[in-house]
Every structure is written in C-alpha cells, then in structure tokens.
Design a protein around this ligand. Structure first.
Ligand code: ZN
Length: 189
C-alpha cells in the first residue's frame, strides 16, 4: 500500500523515534508499505517519521541512482552494493568515519527543495535487519549520505538542520511556505 508522505511542518518529523523492541506483523506490513511508497516516489530512502510513525525504522535503496557511486564493506571486505539492496535498518547506530564532503540532497518531505549538504563521506552502521538480525557494515558515497539523512529523520533531524546558513537563508521563503501549507492542511483535518 502506498502511504501518504508527511511534509515539512508536520510535528511527527521533529519526533525522535522510539526503539523497536519486536518485529510485530504491523511493523512488517509497515516495512513493505514503506518500500512501495519509496519506489512510487523514486526516493533512495524513507524514514518511518515520513509516513507518520515516530519509530527507529528506515528503508534505503540506492540502485536506481547510477551517476553517484556508493561503496559497501562487510567484515572489512568490499561487497557489491546492488546485491545488498534494498536495506532495512531498525534501531540504527551510525558512526562517522570519513571526512565531510558536500553533495546534493533532496527529501520526499520537502518537495522540489534541493541543497548541497556537508556530511562525512563514510560511516559505520550497526542495526537490525528486516528479520531482526544484527547487521554491521561500513559504507561510503551516496549510500553513506542516504544512511545519514535517514538516520537523522529517526532522531527528528532534517536536512535543513545540516545546511549552511547561506543556503538555508536562500531557501527560507520556500521553507516557510511549505510549513504554512502543511499546518493549514493539518488544521482542516
Ligand atoms: Zn528526508
């Protein structure tokens, strides 16, 4: 089922996600629905907050992006990125490894808003997968950017919080407009 995506201005986007203690049928259904929603919107990642749930769950798939490289290592060995997609990360813990690099980012909760964001080039990730099994990996490039963007969502952080002042100031009118539009829609309900 394709779920409606929550836009900037909705309070759930600022909520820290609760840890997932068990993979209930509801969580499994949510994971399937989040994949369907992400594919429908051509996103590379989607966090539970973006479909209205403040929990530690995100889905990622970078396969559709061919012009921005990603790399992945499991147990210190390089592995094929595509073969390990899509990713479900439950209760992820992310540690920065590489130096900060700039790269373009968008967000399904901020339609038509794009900006250059500085983030560490690579990260170490510990999480549970879709079956609740512990996973650990190191990744870089676009995949590391997606992991960081989505993990931020799980903590109520948004990519606008990572923009430099000048970029954010330039986008402020669009951001204010989007926020007001979302709030007006919420009031109607
Ligand atoms: Zn986002």
């Amino acid at each position: 089922m394709i779920l409606p995506i929550v836009k900037y201005g909705h309070p759930v986007l600022r909520q820290k996600g609760a840890k997932i203690e068990s993979l209930t049928p509801e969580i499994k259904k949510l994971i399937a629905d989040m994949f369907e929603t992400m594919e429908d919107r051509h996103g590379v990642g989607l966090a539970a907050q973006q479909v209205g749930h403040a929990i530690q769950l995100t889905v990622i798939d970078v396969r559709a992006v061919t012009d921005r490289p990603s790399w992945l290592e499991i147990n210190g060995r390089p592995v094929d990125v595509a073969e390990n997609m899509p990713l479900v990360l439950i209760n992820p813990e992310v540690t920065a490894v590489g130096e900060p690099v700039k790269g373009g980012e968008g967000c399904l909760s901020f339609p038509e808003i794009f900006a250059e964001i500085s983030r560490p080039e690579s990260v170490d990730v510990r999480a549970l997968d879709a079956k609740g099994r512990p996973i650990e990996f190191r990744c870089g490039g676009l995949l590391a950017r997606a992991v960081q963007h989505e993990t931020d969502h799980l903590h109520g952080l948004l990519f606008i919080d990572r923009m430099d002042k000048k970029t954010k100031a330039e986008l402020q009118p669009e951001l204010d407009y989007l926020q007001a539009e979302t709030k007006a829609e919420l009031k109607k309900k």
